[in-house]
Design a protein. Sequence first.
Length: 118
Amino acid sequence: MSQEASPRTPGLEQAIDQATASVAVQASRLGELASGPASADGIGIGNLLDVPVGVTVEVGRTKITLGDLVRLGPGSLLVLDREAHEPADILVNSKVVAHGEIVTVDSQYGIRITKVDP
């Protein structure tokens, strides 16, 4: 396979030059922002520990047609894509962060964490 130099058109070279200039301008703006006085305090992890995050536990999923959806009612059964022994996913901001098994605590559901994803 030969490596031939492809002829460049003037329009292509002009587009490349404009893109290069744009990147250079953006890079110099970032440099200007970074040159300000640095704060020794920063945000710190301690300030973030009280930020609330939503946690979702996903037991399984399924896909059904719209027709099947409108026919659902009391007593309908949806079979999910997981077997009963498989762990549930624990998600934070739609990202799986851990896995666990569903338990009951008094009259509420809970989840016992069995694995934390790195």
